[in-house]
Each structure stands twice: as C-alpha cells, then as structure tokens.
Design a protein around this ligand. Structure first.
Ligand SMILES: Cc1ncc(COP(=O)(O)O)c(C=O)c1O
Length: 408
C-alpha cells in the first residue's frame, strides 16, 4: 500500500469532483427569458408553472413555493395549527431549521432519538414522547433516505396528530412507490445551493389537502387569502414568496433530476459494494418502504474499535489529504446554544431542559461514527467513483495494519 498523503505520499485524487450547482446554458436562458418576458414576483406565470409541475412531479395536488426551506417549515407548521406552547416531535439529527422553525412558531421541539441504522427518527420511540400538547410529528428524510412513514403515519392516525414531512433533502425520493412530501398533511423541500435541485435559495410546501394548502398560501403571502383583496390581511403571515427567476431555474431541474438520480443511485451502489467489504465501515440502512432515495448525502459509519481505536477525526484528516472530503456532519441539535434560551424572550420554553438531554443513538452517530460525503461526489464517472473507493481502501488498510502511523 502506498504512503498516505498525510505522510507525504501522493494523494489518490487531485482533481475536483463535478461542480454543484451547475450553471447550465439552459438555466441561463430561462432566467433571461423570465427577466425579459414575465413578471418577476407575485403573480408571475413562471411561479405558478413551477408550482404546478413540482406538485405533479411529487405526486401531490398542491404546491406553494417559498423563499427557503426554513420559511416553508414555519408556514407549514402554522398552517397545521401549531400554536404557542404546542409541541412538535422532531429528530435531533438534522439541520437546525427543522427545530428552529418550531421555536419560531412559538412552539416546543420535542426531540426523539434516531435509529442508528438509517439515521432517521426512531418510530418505536415516538409514542412515549406524545403528550396532550403534541400538535405534529415531523420526520426528516435525512440524506434523502425516507423515514419509516408507514409506522409514523399509523401513530399520527391513532393519536389524531398531523404528520408533516421535512423533505428538504429528499427531492424525488419515494415511499412505497409514491414520492415523499405529501404522504401526511404536508411536507417541505429546500432549493438552497447544496440541494439536489437548487435555485441558490428557495423552498416549497406540497400537500393533497386543499384547506391546508389555502392556509399555507395565506401564511406565505402576508396573510392574504386566495381570491381576496390585495390589501386585506386575515392572519399574521409574511412575505415568504419565491421570486420568478428562481422558479424559472427550478422548472428545468425537474426534468434533469431523474438522470441525476439514476447516476447517484449507480455510484452509490458501487460505493456500497466496495465499502461493505471494509471491516469497520457499515453502509447506511433503509426501511423496506424506502423504494427510492435521493442520495442527497452519502452516509456511512466508522467503528473506531475495528480500526485500532483510532478516532474518526484522524480518518477524516487522512481522507481529506487523499483528496476525498469526508466529514462528520451534524451534532445533536439539543446541544446548540440557541435552545438555552432567555425565558423572558421564550416564555413557552420554561420547564424544558434541553442542555441535560442525552440521546444515545444520536450521540453515537454524531460524535463517533457518521462519515459524510457530499452529493456531487455521486455525480462523477467510473474513474471518479474509483478514486473515492481507492482512498477509502488506502486509508482503512493503513488504519488496520499500521495504526502507529496515526498516533501523535
Ligand atoms: C433537513 C433540512 N431541513 C430544513 C432545511 C432548511 O432549508 P433552507 O436552507 O432552504 O432554509 C434544510 C436545508 O438546509 C435541511 O437540510
């Protein structure tokens, strides 16, 4: 085995991985066309064209585009009837917006630990977290790997609690052959730069429920009602609308997404087949209903005990030196300072103690085991994927056979 790059050897990879997002000529053309020929904001056909097509693509009746995934979350929570002091069940292994949007809706995020096989909320732990204040359960399809929606929808039905999906990372993902997002009352997506469909910033809410959709419309559009007067504001909403240039950029990406998905699937399979052979790495699991993943991230697990107790961070440094950027990803959200709040500013959080929380699976994954690769690593050709595998094999072989090289 050749010398590791951290010790002065040649790195496996010196070229960048495919660029993301991609400034294609098609996107440039549609932006200019909208700029020159259509409204730029409220009422623009470019916006309704995108909304109609995204709803159809995602097996939903309705779609509302928003300025971001975070604003989509806030609008969705409000439209689901989440009120001051209500509780919303969420996983702690996700992007901060899943939980911070709950706080912004004056409600309380109630964290439920994850299943360490899939990194998704553990459905077996949800019922114990339900109280008289629980208004919604919001699973996150982390990395685009669907949460156990059959189990979660059944819990929602049994307790009469709305199921809202945070599908920010799950464009095109499927549960039992149907696209995710509108499996419960509604769901959101993000079109922020890194996402598998990107307009730089942007978001969407989808649903099959007309009344919910109309309430979402109101919250995202300054409290206006559909068909109402322009200066008539029935509820406290805001301007959380997507602009027309962003909408026009997203429309062609609905057409290019399936090819990208196929490529990510193919490369993911190659990575899985190779990494499964390495003692100490475990590929990510999925539920039987997860018939399609969006592969927004490639996630795997590192077991230091199988690598002579060399911690994951040493492995990351060695991989990064080889030109493959692996990293740790999320930390448990309940540790974030923002949840240690001033009770004058957030009186509804009085009595909730986030700082002493401990969730064993989230901590095992976040603190010790998770290994992330960004989605553009899955958009390369066979040689690109081979480089990723070679770097994993090079570094892990050295960890197995010459751990002394990783000591200080
Ligand atoms: C799981 C999850 N939820 C919510 C969001 C928020 O989306 P945005 O960054 O568009 O506000 C993101 C994206 O960053 C996310 O990954």
């Amino acid at each position: 085995m050749s010398k590791l790059a951290i010790h002065g050897g040649d790195p496996v990879r010196t070229k960048p991985f495919p660029e993301w997002p991609r400034p294609t000529s098609e996107l440039k053309d549609v932006i200019i066309a909208t700029l020159e020929n259509e409204g730029w904001g409220v009422g623009s056909e470019a916006i309704s064209r995108f909304e109609d097509r995204f709803a159809e693509f995602h097996d939903a009746k309705y779609c509302i585009s928003t300025s971001s995934g975070t604003t989509a979350l806030w609008v969705m929570l409000k439209a689901a009837g989440v009120k001051a002091g209500d509780e919303v069940i969420v996983p702690p292994y996700t992007f901060i917006a899943t939980a911070s949007a709950v706080l912004m809706a004056n409600a309380v995020p109630v964290f439920v630990d994850i299943d360490s096989d899939t990194f998704n909320i553990d459905p077996d732990l949800i019922e114990a977290a339900i109280t008289g204040k629980t208004k919604a359960i919001m699973p996150v399809h982390i990395a685009g790997n669907p949460a156990d929606m059959d189990a979660i929808l059944a819990i929602g039905e049994k307790h009469g609690i709305a199921i809202l999906e945070d599908a920010a990372q799950a464009h095109g993902a499927e549960w039992n052959g149907s696209k995710v997002g509108a499996l419960g009352l509604g769901g959101i997506f993000s079109f922020q730069t890194s996402k598998n469909m990107s307009a730089g910033e942007g978001g969407a809410i989808i649903s099959n429920d007309e009344a919910f959709y109309e309430t979402c419309f109101s919250y995202h559009n300054c409290g206006r009602t559909k068909g109402g007067e322009f200066y008539e504001h029935q509820i406290l909403g805001g301007n959380f609308r997507l602009n027309a240039m962003a909408s026009s950029m997203l429309l062609p990406q609905i057409n290019s997404l399936p090819n990208d998905m196929e490529l990510r699937d193919k490369n993911r399979k190659k990575l899985d087949d190779a990494l499964i052979q390495i003692d100490g790495l475990t590929i990510n699991g999925n539920y039987s209903g997860a018939t399609r993943q969006s592969n927004h991230l490639y996630l795997t697990k590192y077991d230091a005990a199988k690598f002579n107790d060399i911690p994951r961070e040493r492995f990351f440094k060695a991989m990064q030196a080889e030109g493959i950027y692996t990293y740790m990803g999320y930390t448990p959200l309940y540790r974030e300072k923002l949840f240690v709040t001033d009770s004058e500013e957030y009186p509804w959080l009085k009595g909730y103690d986030f700082s002493s929380m401990k969730m064993p699976m989230t901590e095992k994954i976040a603190d010790k085991e998770a290994v992330w690769l960004k989605q553009n690593y899955l958009l390369g050709n066979n040689d690109d994927t081979r480089d990723i595998i070679d770097a994993f094999e090079k570094v892990t072989t050295t960890l197995h056979t010459k751990p002394e090289l990783f000591q200080d």
